[in-house]
Every structure is written in structure tokens, then in C-alpha cells.
Design a protein around this ligand. Structure first.
Ligand SMILES: [Zn+2]
Length: 144
């Protein structure tokens, strides 16, 4: 049994939907950190049945936009001296830049070099975004 409850300083990404933990891990490139990172999968949860949890033994800058896009219901706990000092609630970003790609083959972003295409949230329930150049809808699929 590994003791993961005594995080002294760092971040805990909690209430991740079971199965999304590894996706977050990859998207945020947590494997490239030199800090201690623990990905726990299928942790029993009263509220969720099962959840994933990620613990990072350092205070790092997380991309909250990407996190919110993958799992808007996850929470981030900031830990200092063994205590939670801050709780960050995520949300689906209203505007994303450089994460999504337009699916419209005739969109300007397909043939001109648009470094970071901008999309706006259209339908929250379906995670549907609209291209700011051609208005085509696109959904976030997690960068598989
Ligand atoms: Zn477009």
C-alpha cells in the first residue's frame, strides 16, 4: 500500500471522471515533469462511484483551459504544509485558442497558417465549439 494521503505541498486534481485521468496526464504532459506525480485510477467515490485523482508534489502552472475542456467537473486542491489552502473549480472555457482544429475543409484555417485558431463555446452540454473564422461546429475529442 503506497501512502499518498500525506501530500505536504503540491496540487491534487480531484473528482476526475474515471477514465479521464490518463487523458489529462497526457494532454498536460505530466510525464515530462521531474516532480513526483501520481495518477490514481478508479478510486472509490461516494458521489461518483469511481473517480480518477492526480497528485503532483509541487506547485506547477496547470493549463486550466485544457483541463476544463477535458473535465469541467474536476477540482484542483492546492496543498501547502499538508493543508488545503485553495480549491479551484474548473469550467468549460467560453473561448479556446490553439487547442481545437476546424473540420470544415474550406475553412481559412485549413490552408492558411493560423497558429492558434480561436473557437467559441456554442453548446455547453455537448462541448460544441464554433470556429471563429467560418462558424463551423466542432467538438473536443481529447486529442487522441
Ligand atoms: Zn473554420
Amino acid at each position: 500500500m503506497i501512502n499518498v494521503s500525506k501530500l505536504k505541498k503540491g496540487l491534487v486534481i480531484d473528482h476526475i471522471a474515471a477514465g479521464s485521468g490518463y487523458r489529462i496526464f497526457r494532454q498536460l504532459k505530466l510525464d515530462e515533469l521531474s516532480d513526483v506525480v501520481i495518477l490514481m485510477r478508479n478510486v472509490p467515490s461516494q458521489k461518483m462511484g469511481k473517480k480518477d485523482v492526480i497528485k503532483i508534489e509541487n506547485h506547477i502552472n496547470l493549463d486550466l483551459e485544457v483541463l476544463g475542456l477535458i473535465d469541467p467537473h474536476a477540482t484542483i486542491n492546492v496543498i501547502d504544509n499538508g493543508n488545503r489552502t485553495k480549491k479551484i473549480r474548473l469550467a468549460l472555457p467560453k473561448r479556446v485558442e490553439g487547442i481545437l482544429k476546424c473540420k470544415n475543409p474550406r475553412c481559412i484555417t485549413q490552408y492558411e497558417k493560423v497558429q492558434a485558431p480561436v473557437f467559441y463555446l456554442a453548446k455547453e452540454e455537448e462541448k460544441t465549439y464554433r470556429c471563429s473564422y467560418c462558424d463551423s461546429p466542432t467538438q473536443f475529442e481529447g486529442g487522441e
